[in-house]
Design a protein around this ligand. Structure first.
Ligand SMILES: C=C(C[SeH])C(=O)N1CCC[C@H]1C(=O)O
Ligand SMILES: [Zn+2]
Length: 599
């Protein structure tokens, strides 16, 4: 109502928040049922309730925008109305919304069910899923032909098959963005970062980090050349994408045990200890939970243990990609993860539990505030905790590592292992949406989808495909977030701000001194059992999106913007070591074109 007072408006907000909560709980159930059991019946139920939900949202939106909220005095009421007055894709007419939902469901379902024939001519030739089968091969195999096989076959089974749907997804997505008064989906997706020059800021952050990336890239290229030979890996060319231990070459930690700087120093890999101690997926999550409770953060509610899916279920198709779910009833929170008993999945368990912890901490906020301060925050919570969990000191404390030597070499080995995950990830975390922003803006047109993708992979990651690609392929579609319509810059942001959070928490835990940053090296910090750090974290988490993210960040770190400084400070000893080592072995820093990448 256009004449309503602030008092009447706040009554409306209470009613609206309650109705949003009720409705969203039902929609989340339908989406959970489908993604964890990809039957046609569940797909139809999900599509049907999503359409009902969009009618409800449209109706609420029409009511919401009638209020003269920009004239109100109360900043909280204004903020709630501001956030509620964005309708999103539900602004599409019903037939187009249905089509968009169907396309994304079809792409996700195809991805979730994808398998590839195993390498070689075994009889019978098994069908392999990404998790755990193909990931196990990427972890253990050094057979370049087997690695090429899984790389090519996975793209045939996923990207190539979703390619025909993608252009219509882009078109409908952009129509929805325009109905929300955004020029395209790229602008719509980045609105939550609340800065005019967000994309140039990301480019600036990347340019700050690039020198560090170039050094680890040159070192890894040499170690892979030592292993696979000059015919496979050239001295000055890009690194072949199938040899980096990951389906998308996004994180290289699987290369650690045969590329680390000081190979004779004991390996920081607790997987064997986990197996010897009969760890189960549930035990992994229980150990993760205990880290959070040691900080005076919340334990998982009983329903979490009853309703989560922590292991790949038999006899049904599902999307295995790990995810955390808020059912918006302030009690039902779940993780879906096809967990294997290994260190990488143990770290992912902390990542997912970080989402749950955030859900729990802001569960009493009004509905519209129950999300991250910005999308990068949500991805950074668990990773921040994992920076403590991964330390040799902590792993030893929880019995997953024999006593470790605190020597310079052990430090460099540790920083290298973390760097294979965090540093290697940054160009990938950035280019995923660089490519999609170009697609949504029409800079990358349908006839260039794949070769533009490879231009970015070459330019930012310095990698090349094992076989020449063409526009018959659609390699972006081999990655879950592309088919699942999940924005990705959130992870690039997370990998930057998690070091700001880690540094601030370590300071609170008395394990870092900003006035003398090398006196207590940041990479040795473990905030385990520090309730001072935990309470500071909690104060930020409880806010949800009730304040602009600059205020939330300032509350914990004293900073009001994303800053690569803490990340560069954390890795500085490794950066110095890599520069010396690459100089010693005369490595070429950077890469030059090698073979034809994409026709
Ligand atoms: C673990 C999750 C679920 Se939010 C994830 O998608 N991540 C975490 C790291 C980057 C990104 C990926 O796997 O691509
Ligand atoms: Zn996440």
């Amino acid at each position: 109502c256009s004449y309503c007072s602030e008092i009447e408006a706040s009554k409306y907000l209470e009613k609206a928040n309650h109705e949003f909560t009720q409705w969203t709980n039902r929609v989340i159930h339908a989406n959970w049922n489908w993604l964890t059991n990809l039957t046609n019946e569940n797909a139809e139920k999900k599509l049907a309730i999503n359409l009902e939900f969009s009618k409800f949202l449209k109706c609420m939106w029409e009511e919401t925008v009638k209020y003269p909220w920009s004239t109100y005095k109360n900043p909280d009421i204004k903020r709630q109305f501001k956030l509620m007055s964005v309708l999103g894709t539900d602004a599409l007419p019903e037939d187009k919304l249905k089509k968009l939902d169907e396309i994304v469901s079809e792409m996700e379902s195809l991805y979730g069910r994808a398998t590839i024939p195993e390498y070689g001519d075994n009889n019978p030739n098994r069908n392999l899923s990404l998790e755990p089968d193909i990931n196990d091969i990427l972890d253990k195999s050094t057979d370049v032909n087997e690695l090429k096989h899984v790389w090519v076959k996975w793209r045939e089974a996923t990207g190539k098959r979703v390619r025909p749907m993608y252009a219509e997804y882009v078109k409908l997505s952009n129509e929805a963005a325009r109905l929300n008064n955004y020029t395209d989906t790229a602008e719509f997706w980045i609105r939550g970062y609340d800065v005019e020059d967000f994309r140039p800021r990301m480019e600036r952050l990347w340019n700050q980090i690039k020198p560090l990336y170039l050094q680890i890239h040159a070192y890894v290229r040499r170690k892979l050349r030592d292993l696979y030979g000059d015919s496979v890996i050239t001295r000055r060319g890009p690194i072949p994408a199938h040899l980096l231990g990951d389906m998308w070459a996004q994180s290289w930690e699987r290369l650690d045990d045969f590329t680390r700087p000081y190979p004779t120093i004991d390996d920081v890999n607790p997987t064997s200890a986990m197996i010897n101690q009969n760890y189960t997926p549930k035990k992994m999550f229980k150990v993760a939970e205990e880290f959070f409770t040691s900080l005076n953060l919340s334990a998982m509610p009983q329903t979490f243990w009853e309703k989560s899916i922590l292991e790949k279920p038999n006899g049904r198709d599902l999307v295995c990609h790990a995810s955390a779910w808020d059912f918006y009833d302030s009690n039902d929170f779940r993780i879906k993860q096809c967990t294997s008993v290994n260190f990488m999945d143990f770290i992912t368990a902390h990542h997912e539990m970080g989402h749950i912890q955030y859900f729990i901490q802001y569960k009493d906020q009004p509905f519209i505030y129950r999300e991250g301060a910005n999308e990068g925050f949500h991805e950074a919570i668990g990773d921040t905790i994992a920076l403590s969990v991964s330390t040799p000191k902590h792993l030893h404390k929880i019995g997953l590592l024999p006593k470790t030597s605190r020597t310079y070499e052990a430090d460099i080995n540790y920083l290298y292992k973390i760097g294979l995950d965090k540093i290697a990830f940054l160009p990938f975390g950035y280019l995923m949406d660089l490519w999609r922003w170009n697609v949504f803006k029409g800079i990358t047109t349908e006839d260039q989808y794949n070769c533009d993708w490879w231009k970015l992979k070459y330019s930012y990651q310095g990698i090349e495909p094992p076989v020449t690609r063409s526009e018959k392929d659609f390699d972006p579609g081999s990655k879950y977030h592309i088919v699942g319509n999940v924005p990705y810059i959130r992870y690039f942001v997370s990998f930057i701000i998690q070091f700001q959070f880690h540094q601030a928490l370590c300071e609170k835990a008395g394990q870092f001194d900003p006035k003398n940053p090398t006196s207590k090296p940041l990479h040795e910090c473990d905030i385990y059992q520090s309730t001072k750090a935990g309470n500071a974290f909690k104060e930020m988490l409880k806010l949800g999106s009730s304040k602009p993210w600059f205020d939330a960040m300032e509350l914990l770190t004293g900073q009001r913007e994303m800053d690569a400084g803490p990340l560069l400070n954390y890795f500085n000893p490794l950066y110095e070591w890599l520069k010396n080592e690459n100089k010693r072995t005369g490595e070429h820093i950077g890469w030059e074109p090698n073979k034809k990448i994409c026709l």
